[in-house]
Design a protein around this ligand. Structure first.
Ligand code: GNR
Ligand code: NI
Length: 158
């Protein structure tokens, strides 16, 4: 599921609202700053994000059918993923990203993110296209992480 693409949401039904509420709860429980529907086993183009991980009101962002409009600059920072537990790596990403899509109510929204928010947006958009942060790594870092994951999963510890 994590390696496959997600399909657009055609209609925002009560089921979609229940899914979003569930994703928000799951993100806060983790805790994480973002979560894509593919991470909870639903291959639909939805993600939620909250840089405060639920600690500050009004920071929750919900995107349905998000699209990357603009990217600019570069940033190198450590990145992790709730679906790749126990590993972080330095990932090169654009430092600014503008995302457009629908909000929870189906109204159009466009949000500009810089720094961590830009990173989070791109991380979640990657999930919806079946990409994990490890897929963006190169060379020794990637080999080391994949080797460790393979070893752990072989012994049933991952
Ligand atoms: O909680 C998360 N933290 C994080 C840190 C740096 C870059 C991206 C992220 S997203 C991650 C939650 C997650 O896996 N979302 O898909
Ligand atoms: Ni992730």
């Amino acid at each position: 599921m994590l390696h496959g693409p997600a399909a657009p949401v055609s209609e925002i039904t009560p089921d979609i609202h229940r899914l979003i509420d569930d994703m928000v709860q799951t993100m806060y429980a983790a805790p994480g700053i973002g979560l894509a529907a593919t991470q909870v086993g639903v291959p639909l183009r939805i993600f939620v994000a909250d840089l405060s991980a639920g600690n500050r009101a009004g920071e929750l962002i919900t995107f349905i059918n998000p699209e990357l409009l603009e990217i600019e600059g570069t940033q190198h920072e450590d990145e992790g993923c709730l679906s790749v537990p126990g590993f972080t790596a330095n990932v090169l990403r654009p430092s600014r990203a503008v995302v457009k899509g629908l909000d929870r109510n189906g109204d159009p929204q466009q949000i500009e993110g810089t720094g961590l928010l830009a990173r989070c947006f791109q991380h979640e958009l990657d999930h919806l296209d079946g990409r994990l942060f490890v897929d963006r790594l190169r060379g020794l870092t990637k080999d080391q992480i994949l080797r460790k994951i393979r070893k752990l999963s072989k012994s049933g510890k991952w």
